[in-house]
Design a protein around this ligand. Sequence first.
Ligand code: CAO
Length: 409
Amino acid sequence: MVIPDLGGVDEVTVLEILVSAGDELEVDQAVMSLESEKASMDVPCAQKGRVIEVLLKPGDRVKEGDACLIWEVEGENKSHAVGNQQEAPEEEENFVQMADPSRLLGASKQAEGSGPSASPGVRKLARTLGVDIQALAGSGLYGRVTLDDIAGAVKARLNYVKSDQKQQVWQDPTKFGPCEELAFGKIKKATAKAMSESWSNVVHVTQFEKVDITGLEAYRCQHKDALKQQSVRLTLLAFIIKALGQTLQKQPQINASYQSEAQVLWIKKYYHIGFAVDTPQGLVVPVIRDVDQCSVIDIAKALGSMSKQARDAKLSPKDMVGASATVSSLGGIGGEYFTPIVSQPQSVILGVSRSSTQAVWDGQSFQPRLMLPLSLSYDHRVIDGAEAMRFLKDFCETLQALEHGSLGA
Ligand code: CAO
């Protein structure tokens, strides 16, 4: 593509390059802006195509016929670079069309002192988006307003509207009755920040399921008193953490961390499980490392010691990072199902609610069975619904299997 007829002007300055290599070109799309002493103009594209290479940069001085970019015309598989320094292609007419001076009628004259300069394309976009170009300080060559300046003005406006809306939604409660002001503690602040970020970034879905733990509970009850003598408190949570580690091992695609900026998925080869602890200072999540190498008793011991450390505010930061997945158990308190929030960069969190005895139909009669409600929240960017359901079913079976002598395993 070459610099077209400049309407009698010998040399002009390239002000702005509006495309880059790989861009698809539409008919009449401006590819760059040029400026002489008194006028500016866009170089339009005559046919659909694709940019192979941009040969100029802002500030370059160019004449009619100079090559400005190499491009491929749609429907042809040849790329062209035409101009004084390049060989003319056989399809010269494409470039004659490009150089049609009638296409430069959009060129705009800049009266001195009338505000910042901008190419016709940029002015058109500003008009379309309702941006007042006169109010902008251009970041381009000689203070020229660029496409980025228009985008920046639109973003700033949107952010202003958002913060304005927030202000309108939040109403000062002290205006409506007596209130007591409490400081928001360090842990609460950290939780609020982490939860807000997860809530805004992770695409949450929660899948619910009930698992029959009648056999597992009988197994736990057989052993819990003996273990209590050894100061080990055997709760259901130790089995749940063990089973979660085993299920992640079987389904590695769930043990994943998605890095959205780089669009990369990291499959973790370790099985560290975080568990939410309710403390007087707020929610903390210690992490039990390498649960695949721990027995259920080891996990029960770690649960006891780390929960105590958490409540005594004795955990160090390294005790609370690097989890593959998290369990949030409200079973000791109550409730049926809930929607826990995935902790970034993990992809799943398992919510455990209180088990209860329910009448379950076995095909012939109702049987009293101890049923445990589970709520699996997952990041739908990483995990599809079918995968999540398969994972949850697999988890239930893995948990049930622990009733067959799993304590020391
Ligand atoms: N169903 C029925 N009973 C349950 C149960 C369940 N799912 N889970 C625990 N229980 C029972 C325990 O067996 C225990 O009874 P016994 O004393 O008779 O054995 C009792 O409830 C209390 O258990 P616990 O809560 O002290 O112990 P745990 O190992 O189950 O849980 C811990 C430990 C640290 C996870 C828990 O104390 C806690 O802090 N939970 C709150 C987590 C939380 O805040 N989550 C929300 C975070 S936001 O998503």
